[in-house]
Design a protein around this ligand. Structure first.
Ligand code: SAH
Ligand code: MG
Length: 223
């Protein structure tokens, strides 16, 4: 099926997000900020509206687009924590959050995600929904920290698992720098699909996503 035709078709049924979200999307496109694609946005909306998690964690804020979109999908009592390390992005994110989240339901934490996640673990924080959307080569490093933070039954959504289709290619077909990301992303997918603590589905949606549910403590050896 032609991808573009599929997009046009799906657009017919898509409900429009608030105007400011659509404007942020336009701006992001103009500035080449890699925000979530429409398909991923639909999936986030569906999961958040049905699951209604109280505490959401996002790794990779960029300019705050997906964090603000998630807020629009959540009950008023829900809170979002989002992590970003790049100063230029932080400036934009702060501007957008000040403007569109005056009630401060979104908490922006600055710094490298590995360090910030570790400090959340030592503060004994918990989350029932995690959106992983930062450096693809680091997902594998984030995973044990996410495992320490996520509650049983919690959901982990990981974006860009296909890395623009690179992950599908033979490792020799990608450049040296991308080869590391390529291998590490494959390892991440392997881990999510083999680790008995997770139940995972890989979806060919947007740039590829996985939905993983953190399984409750098992009594036997069976999954
Ligand atoms: N979720 C956003 C897009 C995020 S783009 C949206 O859809 O609106 C990925 C972001 O992750 C970038 O802004 C990048 O600076 C940030 N990032 C990458 N590696 C990171 C790390 N190790 N710690 C914190 N942020 C990181
Ligand atoms: Mg993404």
């Amino acid at each position: 099926m032609d991808r573009e035709r599929v997009e046009v078709f799906l657009e017919l049924f898509r409900t429009e997000p608030p105007l400011y979200i659509r404007e942020m999307e336009k701006q992001a496109k103009k500035d080449h900020v890699p925000v979530i694609r429409r398909g991923t946005r639909d999936l986030l909306r569906y999961l958040l509206r049905t699951k209604r998690p109280g505490r959401v964690l996002e790794i990779g804020t960029a300019i705050g687009y997906s964090a603000l979109f998630m807020k629009e999908c959540l009950p008023e009592s829900s809170r979002i924590t989002t992590i970003e390390k790049v100063p230029m992005r932080l400036v934009e994110a702060k501007k957008n959050l000040a403007k569109y989240d005056p009630e401060q339901r979104i908490r922006l934490l600055e710094g490298d995600a590995v360090e910030v996640l570790a400090s959340l673990v030592s503060d004994r924080e918990n989350f029932d929904f995690v959106f992983m959307d930062a450096a693809k080569g680091q997902y594998l490093n984030f995973l044990p920290l996410v495992e320490a933070l996520i509650t049983p039954g919690g959901v982990l959504l990981s974006d860009n698992i296909m890395h623009e289709g690179d992950v599908l290619e033979s490792r020799f077909a990608v450049t040296r720098r991308d080869r590391t990301i390529h291998g590490r992303m494959r390892e991440y997918l392997w881990e999510l699909n083999r680790n008995p603590g997770w139940e995972t589905i890989c979806l060919d949606l947007g740039d590829g996503v996985t939905i993983s549910t953190r399984l409750k403590e098992q009594t036997g050896s069976e999954k």
